[in-house]
Design a protein around this ligand. Structure first.
Ligand SMILES: *Cc1c(COP(=O)(O)O)cnc(C)c1O
Length: 429
């Protein structure tokens, strides 16, 4: 690696990077054409709509699933998936401690109890820890394929099978990513995807679920449509409790335009992220995420750990930002069971604390100590953002900045530490 300057930009040196990194370019001519077609059809309602039904069909084909069901967001997709299981209130759902609130909120809305499994060295839910947290109230495992790489689905699927548990995959950060030649999202009973703006395939907001189970599919179609089994014979009964989580023709049109390029996009990100990982793993004191063996990595985010014996994450991130490299600290900062206040403070429905206060519920104590490896990891974790529009020199600049900061940033001293504000990952509870 060539050496750039011997003074950090934060101390007045020349920054490694002065022009901005490329932003994503997502909506091209095909999206324009399809959106215009949708508008001119004078129908933007998704149910039975041409774009909507085509999108569901093409998603099912792409992933090789019997059913793809579109819905209005990733959160809605997780909710639709959980609703398909029709769980008893107070049932436990084991999920990831590092994720978006959209994974966890639907568990609470279904009157179930989130249980968090600690992470393994690949930042994914640890199969051994999942097993330890199974009780006689456990009904489902809801895995999250974090940052664009997969969990150890061979073991987790086997565990779910042997213990008779439902298995849902949250693939919001890992569209079109394979583990052992099988798509993530094709290992469990149901998979949920977000199509929010930042995700690989996006319609601004939106989502979908996949399943091969006909009964789940029927229930999920109805749940996203206020409980109505639309199109089935008989009068209009709202046969189950449901919500309106429908996707519109406009969003479906945009989604359709993206599917043909999706796999190429993921492969490009994997190549760029792989290049960055290779460059920065040579830097002393810095280590990029190592994906689960057998898993591809689409690098929705590029996470790496720093040696916190030497540097505070906040200080390291600020030095990188000064070099012109936008850097995040600790993803959500705290584990989701701490930063999601509804859970930590039991502020769910009025003052009831439901479902955590149900007579048969045994919620864990949502606070520091619940998942020690996760808490330690988040205290060392920084994230970079790459995308498919980068070229090799963009990646080299990022790596150069990391190398420069690691080489020149002074080691922390006990005295300074006491003066500095808390870094993310240290609990603000
Ligand atoms: C983005 C995301 C969600 C929520 O998706 P929305 O479309 O924003 O509702 C859920 N889970 C994970 C892992 C996500 O990354």
């Amino acid at each position: 690696m060539t050496r750039v300057g011997d003074r950090l930009a934060r101390d007045g040196g020349e920054p490694v990077r002065s022009r901005p990194f490329p932003s994503r370019s997502l909506y091209g001519e095909e999206a324009e054409r399809l959106v215009l077609t949708a508008l001119r059809s004078q129908n933007l309602f998704g149910m039975g709509g041409r774009m909507h039904d085509a999108l569901e069909g093409e998603l099912a084909t792409f992933y090789g699933a019997d059913h793809a069901i579109a819905c209005s967001s990733g959160t809605a997709a997780v909710h639709v998936a959980l609703a398909a299981l029709d769980l008893e209130p107070g049932s436990e759902v084991i999920t990831a401690p590092i994720t978006d609130a959209g994974t966890v909120a639907p568990i609470l809305f279904q009157q179930c109890v989130p249980v968090f499994s600690d992470v393994d060295r690949h930042y994914c839910m640890d199969p051994d820890d999942i097993e330890r947290r199974i009780t006689d109230r456990t009904a489902a495992i809801l895995v999250v394929h974090l940052f664009g790489a997969g969990c150890d689905m061979r073991r987790i699927a086997e565990l779910a099978r042997s213990r008779g548990l439902a298995l849902i995959e949250d693939c919001s950060q890992s569209h079109a990513v394979k583990l052992d030649d099988r798509w993530l999202g094709r290992w469990g009973h149901i998979a949920a995807f977000s199509m929010q703006q930042s995700k690989f395939m996006t319609t601004g907001d939106g989502g979908f679920v996949l399943t091969d189970n006909d009964a789940y599919a029927r229930r999920m179609r109805a749940f996203r449509d206020k409980g109505w089994f639309r199109g089935e014979p008989g009068s209009r009964h709202y046969a189950i409790l449901g919500l309106n989580y429908r996707l519109t023709e406009l969003q479906a049109a945009v989604g359709l335009s993206q599917l043909p390029g999706l796999r190429q996009l993921v492969l490009r990100r994997q190549q760029l992220g792989g290049q960055l990982a290779e460059l920065i793993q040579r830097v002393d004191g810095v280590s990029p995420q190592v994906p689960t063996p057998g898993s591809e990595h689409g690098y929705w985010q590029f996470p790496f750990e720093i040696d916190t014996g030497r540097w505070r994450p906040q200080t390291f991130a600020e030095a990188l930002r000064a070099e012109g490299v936008p850097t995040g600290v600790g993803y959500t900062g705290d584990p989701i069971y701490i930063c999601m206040r509804a859970l930590a403070d039991r502020r769910t429905f009025g003052s009831s604390g439901l479902p955590l206060t149900l007579e048969n519920a045994r919620p864990p104590a949502y606070g520091p100590g619940l998942c020690p490896r996760t808490e330690a990891l988040l205290g060392r974790l920084l994230t970079l953002s790459i995308n498919e529009g980068f070229d090799e020199t963009d990646i080299e600049d990022m790596a150069l900045a990391v190398e420069k900061v690691a080489r020149l940033l002074p080691s922390r001293t006990p005295d300074r530490d006491q003066e500095e504000p808390e870094a993310a990952g240290e609990h603000r509870v």
